[in-house]
Design a protein around this ligand. Structure first.
Ligand SMILES: NC(=O)c1ccc[n+]([C@@H]2O[C@H](COP(=O)([O-])OP(=O)(O)OC[C@H]3O[C@@H](n4cnc5c(N)ncnc54)[C@H](O)[C@@H]3O)[C@@H](O)[C@H]2O)c1
Length: 285
């Protein structure tokens, strides 16, 4: 039996760790070769460190262990020229790109520095546009673009309260979701699909950091992950604190495969029912 994305090539941003690494592994398990893009250096206003070269080496090891090929590329999604170079490296190796996972994203908790807005919006929205722009000339019929937004795009007054970086996070994720809708219309006649995933809390560095624990437990000075778990769980109708990256990867795989060949412009919540809760409270989502 062939894999669900056998013979396809996927370009994944933010593939050094977390969800991006999980997408690389899940797609490779189903037969894809991978172009793995990551910045591999820190962003000063981000609340935690970015992936390292060692992280990327581990992504490479995991994909190669599945007998798939992988081209790792150090590039910043905010820089169109770096993204064009990344695509050129991938095309030189594989000759085609069939799947885009525009996944790279950051969150900042800086309360003061306006640069935090610029950095978060730059990665989480402009980075998505740059990624699609760089790959678009190579996309052919049957290609699939999958954009990672967030349930933060669907609700008001959540991460906005953490300062300019939080505001930018909501703005960028909303803009990315709308952008996907608009380019889905542009690409549909070429049978190229564009879909969005809105994850709830997912077990990666983006939520596993002291800033997030304090956001969820403002009553404690130095909350531990264990202190934060009940507060995380309270936001999930299913009562789980967070999902695992593979829960998102399985949705990416569906959108990437021919199984969804007539599905485009969709906004898929993978959210343990989080938005059901908010819709009941009268907040659109
Ligand atoms: N973890 C969650 O709870 C959650 C929830 C909803 C949405 N998301 C979104 O999921 C996506 C993946 O994040 P994650 O949870 O795996 O977090 P993560 O921090 O583990 O991974 C993000 C990756 O993106 C890379 N990256 C950051 N800036 C980059 C840039 N400018 N260029 C290239 N690579 C860059 C980082 O080095 C890192 O490897 C992000 O878009 C995030 O906003 C996460």
């Amino acid at each position: 039996m062939t894999g669900r994305v056998e013979g396809k090539v996927a370009l994944i941003t933010g593939a050094g760790r977390g969800q991006g690494r999980s997408h690389a592994v899940r797609l490779a398990e189903e037969g894809a070769d991978i172009i793995a893009v990551d910045i591999l250096e820190d962003i000063s206003t981000a609340a935690y460190e970015m992936s390292s070269q060692a992280d990327m080496d581990e992504t490479v090891r995991l994909v190669e262990a599945l007998d798939r090929r992988i081209v790792p590329v150090k590039a910043d999604v905010r820089e169109p020229s770096q993204m064009r170079e990344a695509v050129a490296k991938g095309i030189a190796e594989f000759g085609h790109i069939d799947i885009i996972s525009a996944n790279a994203g950051i969150l900042s908790f800086d309360q003061e520095d306006f640069q935090a807005f610029t950095d978060v919006f730059g990665v989480d929205f402009l980075g998505v546009v740059n990624t699609v722009d760089a790959v678009a000339p190579h996309l052919t019929e049957g290609a699939s673009i999958v954009i990672t937004s967030s349930t933060a795009a669907l609700m008001e007054n959540t991460v906005e309260k953490i300062g300019p970086g939080g505001m930018a996070y909501s703005s960028a994720k909303r803009a990315a979701a709308r952008y996907a809708h608009d380019i889905a219309r542009v690409f549909a006649s070429r049978r190229i699909r564009v879909n969005v995933i809105h994850p709830f809390n997912t077990n990666t560095r983006l939520i596993q950091n002291d800033h997030i624990y304090r956001l969820f437990r403002p009553d404690l000075e130095n909350p531990t992950p264990e202190d934060a778990i009940p507060a995380f769980e309270a936001t999930s109708p299913m009562g789980v604190p967070w999902m695992e990256p593979v829960d998102i990867s399985n949705a990416v795989l569906f959108f990437a495969s021919e199984e969804s060949r007539y599905v485009t412009g969709m906004q898929l919540r993978v959210d343990t029912g989080q938005m059901l809760h908010l819709v009941e409270a009268g907040i659109p989502g």
